[in-house]
Design a binder for this molecule. Structure first.
Ligand code: DAH
Length: 341
């Protein structure tokens, strides 16, 4: 008996399990009810009474050794399995915790819809840097130096270099496109812009615009008007009416403000349209010959139109949002309400 126990001890200590089968073999041989150790316990009844105590002690030690070893083998085996190890205390039968997923930001939805409308009529996409030089943001767009028109837009300048600023509008991308491409050009440039303004429900120092530019032979004001009408009806609905109100921008001549007819159905409509029923959605005009010239395009050969609008403004109208600050607060309760356009 003593010898048997010693032999089994050695075998147990030396046992290595590198597969589930070997682990199970160990369990069958040393742990289960029909194990060799179990058999030895059964043999106890044949042992003379005076040896029983000693033999019982040996067998119990053997049993404990086998159990400890089995635990050790399982642990070793699980850590070999790496990630698939199930952490202690994890109950896989519990129902899963519901996961909340984010939603597309309303500004991105509006931007995507604007892009879709213009892509269908042949506009491609272009972009330019947000940190811009004076030439692309102002000078090439026909803002003379020291001209009060520059003050239409409160600008963030870089202190150490007054030639560099955060772009105040996406019109700077027009210049970059014209410098690098030959007409015909039909491009849309969405992007972030910056103005040195106090943050309120109606103004922000960071917002988004989308710029459009169309340059070719014989592009006329009628093309501009028809394109704006098409856009307004696609975005706001089939029957939408527009009007072009004379205005001034240094980079277009003539220039216009684009209004849509919003109607006067309730008190809010009176407030947001200042009692007129009309609502401004952007600026536009025929590209000034000086701008074409600055960018290397011959104004005798080509003409074109440009337009720019605020994405926040479009989103506020479309989704009836009354505070600009909501777009940047990242409140999930706000952000998850919007549907695709
Ligand atoms: N850049 C103008 C602004 O930020 C918007 C604008 C007006 C863009 C007329 C244009 C345009 O392209 O033709 O206020």
């Amino acid at each position: 008996m003593k010898q048997k126990v010693e032999a089994l001890k050695k075998e147990i200590v030396a046992y290595i399990a590198s597969s589930e089968q070997e682990l199970e073999d160990f369990r069958m041989k040393f742990i289960s009810r029909k194990s060799v150790i179990g058999d030895l316990f059964l043999e106890m009844k044949n042992i003379p009474a005076e040896e029983k105590k000693e033999a019982g002690k040996l067998l119990n030690e053997l049993k404990n050794l086998a159990q400890d070893k089995f635990k050790e083998l399982i642990d070793g085996f699980n850590s070999q399995q790496g990630d698939s190890k199930i952490p202690e205390g994890l109950d896989l039968t519990l129902p899963a915790v519901k996961d909340t997923i984010g939603a597309e930001h309303p500004l991105n939805r509006v931007k995507a819809r604007i892009i879709e409308i213009f892509e269908r009529i042949g506009f491609n996409l272009s972009e330019g840097p947000e940190i811009e030089d004076d030439w692309h943001n102002f000078s090439a767009l026909n803002f003379p130096e020291n001209h009060p028109a520059r003050e239409m837009q409160d600008t963030f300048f870089i202190e150490k270099n007054p030639d560099i600023a955060l772009r105040t509008h996406t019109s700077s991308v027009q210049v970059r496109v014209m410098e690098n491409q030959k007409p015909p050009i039909r491009t849309l440039s969405p992007g972030r812009v910056y103005r040195n303004e106090a943050i309120s429900a109606r103004a922000h120092c960071v917002f988004h615009q989308v710029e459009g530019l169309y340059i070719d032979k014989n592009v006329s004001f009628a093309d501009l008007k028809q394109t704006m009408l098409h856009f307004a009806q696609e975005f706001f609905g089939k029957g939408t009416k527009i009007r072009l109100r004379p205005s001034y921008f240094p980079f277009t001549e003539p220039s216009a403000e684009l209004d849509i007819y919003w109607g006067l159905k309730n008190e809010t409509d009176y407030r947001i349209t200042k009692g007129t029923g009309w609502l401004e959605i952007g600026g536009c005009g025929m590209v000034d010959p000086n701008v074409l010239q600055s960018s290397g395009i011959d104004p005798e050969e080509y003409t074109g139109f440009a337009f720019g609008m605020g994405i926040e403004r479009m989103a506020m109208l479309k989704y009836q949002i009354n505070d600009l600050r909501l777009f940047t607060e990242n409140d999930i309760r706000f952000l998850k309400q919007f549907v695709s356009l």
